[in-house]
Structure formats: C-alpha cells, structure tokens
Ligand binder design. Structure first.
Ligand SMILES: NC(=O)c1ccc[n+]([C@@H]2O[C@H](COP(=O)([O-])OP(=O)(O)OC[C@H]3O[C@@H](n4cnc5c(N)ncnc54)[C@H](OP(=O)(O)O)[C@@H]3O)[C@@H](O)[C@H]2O)c1
Length: 292
C-alpha cells in the first residue's frame, strides 16, 4: 500500500503510445517521472522531446535511453532514474513490449526468441533493476501492462499471447514473493486499442503463412461479421495506468475495455471444452475442426 502524495515513477516503453501517454499524464498530474525511451535520438525522438519539455514544479521529466533487451541499458537507465528520483522508485510502469501476429507455425523460432527477450526477459530485467531500491524503502508498486490475451488463447495471436501469459505469470508470482518487502504488483490487461499503437509485426515465414490462407480468410470474414472495432481512446489505458500508480491499494488484475473484460470473463466462466467450442465458432475455424 502506497501513501498519498506525488509518486516517483519510472515508466518503460515511452517511445510510443501507452507508455508515452502514461508518462505525460503522470507528469501533468504532478508526479516525478523518468521515462525510458528506446531510441531518444532516433525513432522515439519526437515523443522524447515532448516528454523532456514537461516540467513538474522546477523539476523536468527526465528521459533516459532504455532498451529492455540489453542488461547494460537497463542497469544504466535505472541508475539515472534513481539518481533523478532521489533514490526512490514508488512505481515501475512497464509498457515496453511488442506484438507479433499470425499462425504459430509461420513464426521462425528466432522471431519468437527475440520477442520473448523483449516482452518477458525485458520485464524480468526491469524487476531485478528496481526491486533493490523498493526493498530498501520498504514499499513499491510494479505495474505491468499485459493484454486481454494475457489469460486467453485465440488463433493467430499465439506468439504474442504466449509472452503476455508469461508476463502475467511473472507478475503474479512476484506479487506473492515480494509482498514481504512491501512491494505490490498490478497487472493491466487492455483490449485492442490498436489504432493508437504501432502495427503488429507479422510472423516472418511467408511460405508457411500462405499454407494457412483458408483459415485466415475464414477468420477475417468472421471478424468482419462479428467483431467490434478497436476500443475507443487509448487515453483510457493511460488513465488506468495513472489510476493504478495513484491508488492507495490496487487489485492484482484489471482488464481495460469491454472486449478484454468479455473475453476474460468467458475464459473464467466456461469449461475448457466450452471455451474451445466458443472460440472456434467466434473465429470461423469450427469448419476445420474434426473433434466433436
Ligand atoms: N495497443 C493495443 O491495442 C494493445 C492492446 C493490448 C496490449 N497491448 C500491449 O501493451 C504494450 C504497449 O502497447 P502499445 O500499443 O503502446 O505498443 P507499441 O505502440 O507497440 O509500443 C510499445 C513500446 O515498447 C517499446 N519497446 C519495444 N521494444 C523495446 C525494447 N527492446 N526496449 C524498450 N522499449 C521497447 C516501443 O519502443 P519503440 O517504438 O522504440 O519500438 C514502444 O514504446 C505492448 O505490450 C502491447 O502488446 C497493446
């Protein structure tokens, strides 16, 4: 449980959407923020400059280079963050991750390994970097952004989803293990706000991808008939991140957006067989399925 008052916050993944919006909103709310941007002189430059211009009282928001794939970068960025935040990180907000979309078979193992290195090992690197300082101050909050797919399996999102499940597992386990040090964990599970983020990376094996064309066509047709457009404004996710940093106490998991809530509720309510049937129907893949 955190006290009221301005928080010292380290936000990872601020080059683009959710992380950028969350860092900006936190700073505007008067919190002391350090924003990790992978390439502050490169593709993240525009947002890094916008964040760097935000002043909180006399204190400017600090932008630090942060590549969560790289141990040295995480160590250096955390060092700069601690220095700027007077040695205290009340909250780590981790949004640094990306998604890969397409049939599992068409994902070359190296592509999966690279994504897991960012989404899952990157999260572990950040946890390991901030936990000693949180332990020393006897309090802290780890806010891990995952996904509405973080506890649900759907076709053609298995590669990304595997990383979101792993992020959820790590975060939940950490909530048990680090509680004794006063560290809490909050998992936020957004629906698809894709209009706001970067496009998903496609799986890399074109030949294998083509083999799945009938299923992909059936899937696209069914989505076209039934699926909702992406959820509304990505600011909803930024606001949920801010609320999670500011709350005195937080739940372990919070789905954000109607479709994430609905999918996770389905997963929790149905038996495994019922869920399988429901997903096959909803994705148009029932016609290819041979088991009753
Ligand atoms: N947008 C959605 O609708 C949605 C829905 C559910 C879950 N999510 C998840 O929420 C997270 C953030 O979403 P988003 O839409 O903001 O995604 P995004 O636009 O793809 O941004 C991801 C952020 O992570 C950063 N990043 C990627 N690799 C990194 C690395 N090695 N080191 C440090 N930063 C790195 C990106 O920086 P660069 O620009 O430098 O690559 C970017 O700032 C992702 O895990 C995403 O999968 C998103």
């Amino acid at each position: 449980m955190l006290d009221h008052g301005p928080r010292h916050v380290f936000v990872a993944g601020c080059s683009t959407d959710f992380g950028f919006r969350a860092a900006r909103a936190l700073a505007r709310r008067g919190h002391r923020v350090v924003a990790g941007v992978r390439e502050p002189e490169g593709r993240g430059r525009h947002n890094a400059e916008a964040l760097g211009a935000l002043a909180i009282g006399g204190d400017r928001l600090l932008v630090v280079p942060l590549d969560v794939d790289d141990d040295a970068s995480v160590t250096a960025a955390t060092g700069h963050a601690l220095e700027h935040l007077d040695g205290r990180v009340d909250a780590l907000v981790n949004t640094a991750a990306y998604s890969v979309m397409g049939p599992l078979e068409a994902c070359p193992p190296d592509q999966l390994l690279a994504m897991l290195n960012t989404n899952v090992v990157g999260a572990l690197r950040l946890f390991r970097a901030v936990l000693p300082a949180m332990r020393a101050s006897g309090q802290g909050r780890i806010v891990q952004l995952t996904s509405g797919l973080g506890r649900a399996a759907v076709p053609f999102m298995g590669v990304y989803s595997a990383s979101a499940w792993a992020q959820e597992c790590f975060a939940e386990v950490l909530s048990y293990e680090a509680a004794a040090f006063g560290v809490e964990v909050a998992i936020l599970e957004p629906a698809n706000y894709r209009d706001g983020g970067q496009p998903r990376k496609p799986v890399g094996d074109q030949d294998r991808l083509e083999v799945y064309e009938p299923q992909l066509v059936a899937f696209a047709e069914r989505l076209h008939q039934t699926d909702r457009p992406p959820e509304g404004d990505p600011e909803e996710v930024a606001q949920a991140l801010v609320d999670t940093v500011e709350a005195v106490a937080v739940p372990l998991r919070t789905p954000i957006g109607e479709s994430a809530r609905a999918l996770l509720e389905l997963r929790a309510r149905l038996t495994a067989d019922e869920y399988e049937r429901e997903i096959l129907e909803r994705t148009g893949l029932r016609q290819f399925f041979h088991r009753d």
